[in-house]
Design a protein around this ligand. Structure first.
Ligand code: ATP
Ligand code: MG
Length: 418
């Protein structure tokens, strides 16, 4: 084998260097390719994650928007039901299954005078001052059956209150016990109007029935009285003198009864004019008072539309009764007539108050009935006439024991409209 020349050595060296370079290049290419493969693989994974998280975020925000809309809808419907309950002109009272009053709307608070009642409160104690209403609610709760428009009177003579009550039982799923929704309307003005109408009709019928009879009776009485007067007791012997005197006294007394009764029973056409009520009351006080008996008159009275003659007669009857009651009990009469505006000025209430013994227990109920009297010489038509006059003026009259003893008679008259 020929020796290797320097050029050969140079060639071999060069070849080796080239081989090493090629190997390095191949290695670099292979590393690059694997790196590129890795990059490609890792890059697609993070894209999937990004897509997934974007979709999730979108779903979450959609859910949130839906939840907000639902909450707004629920709030709006709650507000609406609150507005309906608050705006009802009828009273609404809701008793929960545990027996507490949960809702008492503004109308219920106003009608029952329970403006400041704190809720929840046990229904029986909350309605304690209104036993008749509590009775209906209790019945509805016990029976579990509806009570429809039951008429209930819960007021006092001074503040009559008539309610139309509906109770609907209320059961909660899965809860033992019975609740109820109670709706009630104030029918006081309707009942008062009915009562006025009934009384006016009864008085009109009485007037028609008795007018003819009383007229005949009065004629007969006048004849007896006339004959009795022809017999002069002074010229008569006993016992005839006593008989004739008795005849005269009785016919005089009977004549007065018939006169009063006719006055009471006859139809009374009203002459309505605007009146200064204080002046009318002052004149009545003059009629019924005397120098020895002072009648105090204190306002405000204001103006009413009325018949001056009749109203004056009504108030002087009341003042006369007050004075007579005191005198009969041996008390120096202190009689006050006090005017008071009420019902947002829709009516005026006049109270005649005295310091006498007050109404006898059975007299309070019957005082306004014709012919009811506890006096030996009374006809018992005074208060009946007062009632007739007040009712024909679309008013109301009632009697109560006085706050500080004595008697009180209250007359309520409507104020002119407009
Ligand atoms: N102020 C009063 N205090 C106490 N009792 C009264 C008072 N006013 C009326 N009464 C009672 O009411 C009854 C009826 O009164 P009313 O005015 O109708 O008739 P009277 O006064 O008895 O008779 P008349 O008015 O015909 O004289 C009276 O008899 C009396 O018992
Ligand atoms: Mg009288």
């Amino acid at each position: 084998m020929p020796p290797i020349t320097p050029a050969g050595y140079a060639f071999i060296g060069l070849t080796a260097i080239v081989a090493v370079l090629v190997a390095i290049l191949v290695f670099a290419v292979l590393r690059f390719a694997s790196a590129a493969r890795d990059t490609r693989r890792h890059g697609s994974g993070s894209m999937e994650t990004a897509l997934l998280s974007a979709a999730l975020q979108e779903a979450v925000s959609k859910l949130k928007a839906q939840e907000q809309a639902n909450r707004a809808r629920a709030e709006a419907s709650e507000r609406l039901s609150e507005q309906i309950v608050a705006g009802l002109t009828s009273g609404l009272l809701l008793v929960g299954v545990e027996g507490d009053v949960r809702i008492l709307n503004p109308a219920a608070r106003r009608i029952l005078g329970l403006q400041d009642a704190a809720l929840p409160a046990p229904w029986a104690s909350l309605l304690g001052p209104w036993p008749a209403l509590a009775g209906v609610v209790g019945e509805g709760l016990r029976s579990g059956t509806p009570i429809i428009r039951r008429a209930v009177s819960v007021g006092t003579p001074a503040r009559p209150l008539h309610l139309g009550v509906t109770v609907s039982p209320l059961a909660e799923a899965g809860v033992t016990g019975q609740g109820a929704i109670c709706l009630f309307s104030d029918l006081t003005s309707v009942v008062a109007l009915e009562e006025q109408l009934r009384m006016k009709e009864a008085l009109a019928r009485l007037g028609e029935l008795t007018a003819g009879l009383a007229h005949e009776f009065r004629n007969g009485l006048a004849t007896i009285h006339g004959y009795a007067r022809l017999l002069d007791p002074a010229t008569l012997e006993e016992p005839e003198r006593t008989y004739v005197q008795g005849l005269r006294d009785e016919t005089t007394a009977l004549g007065e009864v018939v006169h009063n009764f006719l006055n009471f029973a006859k139809p009374q056409p009203l002459t309505l004019v605007p009146l200064d009520l204080q002046a009318v009351v002052a004149r009545a006080a003059e009629d019924a008072g005397s120098d020895a008996v002072r009648i105090a008159v204190a306002g405000p009275f204001g103006e009413v539309e009325g018949d001056e003659v009749l109203l004056r007669q009504a108030f002087s009857n009341l003042i006369r009764n007050a004075v007579e009651a005191c005198q009969a009990a041996g008390v120096a009469p202190v009689v006050e007539v006090v005017g008071e505006a009420g019902g947002a000025d829709a009516w005026v209430c006049v109270t005649v108050r005295d310091n006498g013994p007050g109404f006898a227990p059975d007299a309070l109920e019957r005082a306004f009935q014709p012919f009811f009297t506890t006096k030996a010489s009374g006809t018992g038509l005074g208060l009946a006439l007062v009632q007739k006059i007040v009712v024909t003026h679309n008013g109301r009259v009632w009697a109560t024991p006085g706050a500080g003893g004595g008697a009180e008679v209250h007359v309520q008259l409507p104020r002119p409209r407009g």
